[in-house]
Write a protein that binds this ligand. Structure first.
Ligand SMILES: CC(=O)SCCNC(=O)CCNC(=O)[C@H](O)C(C)(C)COP(=O)(O)OP(=O)(O)OC[C@H]1O[C@@H](n2cnc3c(N)ncnc32)[C@H](O)[C@@H]1OP(=O)(O)O
Length: 388
């Protein structure tokens, strides 16, 4: 038994100091139900993806969803966390509940409010999720971790600044047409390529335009079994849903290879009997541009060391052979951690349903998603197909 997406909701990502985690959750929970044509009473289970718990005196975020509707009361509701892949972790738990036959309809909500959370608190939590003492010097959070990876990649394969700028420019260009994106500005290749006061180095060879945004926002999807989905307004089937968890310390693995990502895609293609050539688009985890570059190699689009040249080829642009991050990715859309994976699933489902508006990829039939936590530590791959 597999699962389908039958409804979704998405807040604009950005700075939402006027909102609270509670208000963001409530908004998307209600809207996703309405989109699926369901009532709260129809939902069997709820999963909430939220990374930065500790925002309130009571560290009990799971119950937040219940405030959206009285009929959610007494439903099994669980908070899920797996670093920057928290959103997909929640989605995959929902799929498991359906596959196990214990739920027919599941609500999954992802939320984060980063811009109003005290800097030291979120910084400390991000650092905990990115670093182990056995890896040597303490990097400055995730930017430091990916700066170190970019340094290692440049040393092994040569300067890739052109490729990184091509990825940043592509994703910023795509973000212009995404009404949910935090930054809707076409920054251009030259701006992203050049160090300047407005684009300073942040960590190693990574400049500001190589980094994802710090964001607030929420997204939700409604999952169901296939039988239920056939009565729904639309049905987007999970052809594959793979989770590969790797070691945290970078010293215990080849950090330039993203092996967990590669294995996730390999299993997803094998289990869905599809290949890279069948995909109409991919939403992939561009927390830093070097991540998207290495992910090209891990998913099989480019050979090791050739991800930069591949980025320059234009094949992943919206009008290219395989559009990658037509939404603008984490780079332009934003990266509110717990919401990111749910957003990737919601936007991909929109593409397949032909409901993606300005970011619509023409004739999209099969979509791939890769969401990761840490530097390829938690790796989630989904392949989606419209069946109704
Ligand atoms: C596995 C994972 O997913 S790990 C990922 C976890 N997430 C992260 O680590 C977040 C990474 N990003 C960041 O920390 C921040 O965006 C930084 C450090 C790159 C930039 O932050 P700051 O230097 O504080 O920028 P600040 O908020 O002051 O904004 C200054 C300007 O830069 C722009 N800006 C800020 N961040 C970015 C960005 N990432 N890309 C492009 N422009 C940006 C702002 O819009 C602003 O523009 P303006 O002057 O035209 O208004």
């Amino acid at each position: 038994m597999t699962a389908c997406i039958i409804g979704w909701a998405h807040t604009p990502f950005g700075r939402h100091s006027e909102e609270t985690v509670e208000s963001l959750v409530t908004k998307v929970a209600r809207e996703a139900l309405e989109h699926a044509g369901l009532e709260a009473a129809d939902i069997d289970e709820i999963y909430l993806g939220h990374f930065n718990a500790g925002f309130s005196a009571q560290d009990f975020t799971a119950s937040l969803v219940l405030q959206a509707d009285d009929d959610f009361r007494f439903k099994p509701t669980t908070r899920v966390e797996n670093a920057c892949a928290t959103g997909s972790a929640a989605v995959h738990q929902g799929i498991k509940a359906i596959r196990a036959g214990v739920a027919r309809r599941v609500l999954v909500v992802g939320v984060e409010q980063m811009t109003t959370t005290p800097g030291p608190q979120i910084g400390a939590n991000l650092l905990k999720a990115s670093y182990l003492p056995e890896d040597g010097d303490t990097p400055a959070g995730f930017a430091g971790v990916f700066g170190k990876i970019a340094d290692g990649y440049f040393q092994k394969y040569g300067d890739q600044s052109d490729g990184l700028a091509a990825i940043a420019a592509k994703n910023h260009k795509n973000g212009v047409d995404n009404p949910w994106a935090q930054m809707r500005k076409d920054l251009g290749y030259e701006f992203c390529r050049t160090e300047s006061e407005k684009n300073p180095y942040v960590a190693g060879p990574l400049k500001r335009t190589d980094c994802s945004l710090v964001s607030d926002g929420a997204a939700a999807i409604v999952l169901s079994d296939v039988t239920t989905a056939m009565q729904a307004p639309r049905a987007i089937l999970f052809r594959a849903a793979e989770h590969v968890q790797d070691f945290l310390p970078m010293s215990k693995r080849d950090i330039l290879a993203f092996e967990g990502c590669a294995l996730g895609w390999k299993r997803a293609f094998a289990n869905s009997k599809t290949s890279l050539d069948d995909l109409s688009f991919v939403e992939t985890h561009d927390c830093f541009t070097i991540a998207e570059l290495i992910e090209y190699e891990a998913m099989g689009l480019a050979k090791p060391g050739q991800g930069g040249d591949f980025a320059m080829s234009g094949e992943t642009r919206k009008d290219g052979r395989l559009p990658v991050n037509p939404s603008g990715g984490l780079k332009a859309k934003g990266h509110p951690i717990g919401a990111t994976g749910v957003s990737m699933h919601a936007l991909s489902a929109m593409q397949l349903a032909g409901e993606a508006g300005g970011i619509q990829v023409k004739d999209a039939t099969l979509g791939g998603i890769f969401n990761m936590g840490g530097a390829a530590v938690a790796n989630y791959v989904s392949i989606l197909e419209r069946i109704r």
